[in-house]
Design a protein around this ligand. Structure first.
Ligand code: NAD
Ligand code: TDX
Length: 357
């Protein structure tokens, strides 16, 4: 099993990255240091890791810098004697990529290249570059079948095209320069600290506040939902145990149509919110069907049997308790919600959606 001393976690102030940092510090086999490297874009929030900073003291460092800045990346790797990179940092929202694609290429492709170059420059001291990717690189499924490690790439959105580009670069650095790499491609995550532009937290907060719940098209598109802690456990397992150059698909075996996700969220908010809507109507009455996302992938579903077979990994959360805990988390973190919905995010939403959100 690999052991790491100084892990650089890019995007560690975001949704999955912050959950991952918490997961690593909970692991008894890890005694090293975590360096979070994050530009704190609209989606990043340093306070997501306040508890870690307080608990871990000198084992946790934060570098406020941008992966598009090659010099800053190289300097952080040198300064903290980094022997492992876990790469989460990305522009991560499909809708945003449709409106403003350039930032996706700059961060997701060129930023990844900077990290790979800097990792390569570390030479023999460097143990692993783990790249966190998505099932969206495989395109869209029909009503049957699953994505697996052998599915050909066929991305449709600027987001997924940029992630596909980054995956190819990571493999190219292994094949060309022998850089030790592993890759995971995961399905849709849900859980605490997810930025409220994504389906689940957006619907929780709008339902709570009595705002419209915008469902794209008929709401029949299918996603495979995985609790973020199960994703983090899978990444850590792959980092420690997978052979160099291997790819693993990670999914929840939990397919749901968007309309059913929204119905589930509405029922949970009805049951758990401190007060009903002033009208007394159920939250599901807030659903509005809006124009479909251009190029909207119909169905994602992951066959994660390689991960199950090689390492015995299994999701610990089921959808029933996972969604309930997640709704409760958003209901009990109003201060967090207020803080992340101000500033650059608010300006972008107002510019692109008016008062719809
Ligand atoms: P997120 O948007 O919540 O967080 C992204 C983080 O990266 C933020 O902290 C942000 O500040 C940082 N960042 C963005 N651009 C940066 C730059 N140029 N330099 C440094 N930091 C920068 O995203 P997330 O949902 O946590 O996703 C994390 C990773 O996991 C991404 O690579 C994404 O493609 C992948 N992924 C996400 C999901 C999902 O369901 N959310 C599923 C599969 C894979
Ligand atoms: O308001 C909405 N209404 C709606 O119907 C939003 C925000 C989304 N949707 C639909 C679009 C998708 O079919 O819900 C589904 C989920 O949408 P998102 O939460 O935006 O996620 P998705 O586009 O599936 O991508 C996510 O999973 C894979 C993450 O954002 C990616 O970073 C990850 O790679």
């Amino acid at each position: 099993m690999r052991q790491f001393q100084n892990i650089l976690v890019t995007g560690g102030a975001g949704f999955i990255g912050s959950n991952f940092v918490r997961h690593v510090f909970s692991r008894p086999e890890f005694s090293g240091r975590v360096v979070v490297f994050d530009a704190l874009t609209y989606a990043g929030n340093r306070h997501n890791l306040d508890d870690v900073a307080a608990a871990e003291g000198g084992r946790y460092e934060f570098v406020h810098a941008d992966i598009r800045d090659a010099a800053a990346v190289g300097a952080a790797m040198e300064k903290f004697d980094v022997d492992c990179v876990v790469h989460f940092a990305a522009e991560s929202h499909v809708d945003r990529s449709i409106r403003e694609p350039a930032a996706f290429v700059e961060t997701n492709v060129l930023g990844t290249l900077n990290l790979l170059q800097a990792a390569r420059a570390r030479g023999g001291a460097f143990k692993l570059f783990h790249h966190v990717s998505t099932d969206e690189v495989f395109g869209s499924l029909g009503p049957t079948g699953f994505f697996s490690e052998t599915t050909p790439y066929a991305p449709h959105s600027p987001y997924s095209a940029s992630k596909a580009g980054s995956d190819h670069l990571v493999r190219a650095f292994r094949d060309t320069y022998g850089l030790p790499v592993t890759i995971t491609n995961c399905s849709n995550n849900y859980g605490p600290y997810q930025f409220p532009e994504k389906l689940v937290p957006l619907m929780v907060l709008n339902a709570l506040e009595g705002k419209p719940l915008p469902v794209y098209g008929e709401g029949l598109n299918v996603r495979d939902w995985l609790h973020v802690e199960d994703h983090c456990a899978a990444i850590w397992t792959v980092m420690r145990r997978a052979a160099e150059g291997e790819t693993y698909c990670v999914g929840g075996r939990c397919e749901m149509r968007n309309a059913d996700v929204v119905a589930r969220v509405c029922a949970l908010v009805d049951a758990l919110a401190p007060a009903p809507l002033p009208s007394g109507a159920p939250r599901s009455s807030l659903v509005v069907h809006v124009a479909d996302r251009p190029g909207h992938d119909r169905r994602y579903a992951i066959d994660c049997s390689k991960l199950e077979r090689d390492f015995g990994w299994k999701p610990a959360h089921d959808a029933e308790s996972g969604f309930r805990e997640t709704v409760l988390w958003y209901l009990s973190h109003a201060e967090w919600v207020d803080s992340v919905r101000t500033g650059a995010y608010r300006e972008w939403i107002d510019r692109n959606y008016g008062d719809r959100r």
